[in-house]
Write a protein that binds this ligand. Structure first.
Ligand SMILES: [Ca+2]
Ligand SMILES: [Ca+2]
Ligand SMILES: [Ca+2]
Length: 211
């Protein structure tokens, strides 16, 4: 019995270690600050996996514990991803669409001026497929309303509009649905409310009920 318990504990420990560093989207992350999925857990966050459909992007609230070491690299969505980093209020920080003229996957590299000197804390990381872009107006009608210039494809871009993202728009149809994987450095899970705090609350409720 004791041996079984130890073996079970060992299995749980292994499972916890294996799954702790990669966050899997469940079920679909929204694409605006109010509907972004919080990546809660504990410890270093080394990746996020998920999927988008056409006319869809995913936004995650992550903790950048070391901005000087932060990086995000995306693969998937039929070989053409775009990565965006926003402040919690939805204002843009940085975007990369294509790694190069022949590699359409995305990289926000370590040390970019847009984020390497930011304070550690929580930020919004978004991913979309081909030509699905964030806009700083609720109903886009002009390319100049995009948070980031949609006609710049390589390099780490700064925003062209200071306003927060209020909508997304598919500019051109193309391969824009599929699975993706984002590899991260300098990031951590956002701590969930501690179980001790929840137990404390449960104890308080139980105590009140007994009276
Ligand atoms: Ca999704
Ligand atoms: Ca989504
Ligand atoms: Ca791309």
């Amino acid at each position: 019995m004791r041996t079984a318990a130890i073996a079970l504990f060992g299995l749980l420990a292994i499972a916890g270690t294996a799954s702790a560093s990669i966050y899997a989207e469940v079920p679909d992350a929204g694409e605006l600050p109010g509907t972004a999925q919080s990546v809660t857990g504990a410890g270093a966050l080394t990746g996020i996996t998920g999927s988008v459909t056409a006319g869809d992007a995913d936004m995650f609230r992550i903790r950048i514990s070391n901005p000087a070491a932060f990086s995000a690299a995306a693969t998937g969505i039929q070989g053409d991803t775009t990565l965006y980093l926003f402040n919690l209020d939805g204002t843009g920080i940085a975007k990369n669409d294509d790694i190069s003229g022949s590699n359409f996957e995305s990289l926000l590299p370590v040390g970019a001026a847009q984020y390497a000197g930011l304070p550690a804390g929580d930020y919004l990381l978004a991913i979309g497929g081909f030509a699905y872009q964030p806009f700083s107006v609720a109903v886009p009608s002009l390319l100049s309303e995009a948070v980031f210039d949609a006609n710049v494809f390589t390099g780490v871009q700064s925003p062209q509009n200071a306003g927060p993202v209020l909508s997304w728009f598919q500019l051109v149809t193309g391969p824009s649905s599929g699975n993706y994987e984002i590899t991260l450095t300098g990031a951590e899970f956002i701590p969930a409310p501690s179980s001790a705090a929840l137990l404390g609350l449960g104890g308080l409720l139980a105590a009140r009920r007994r009276r």
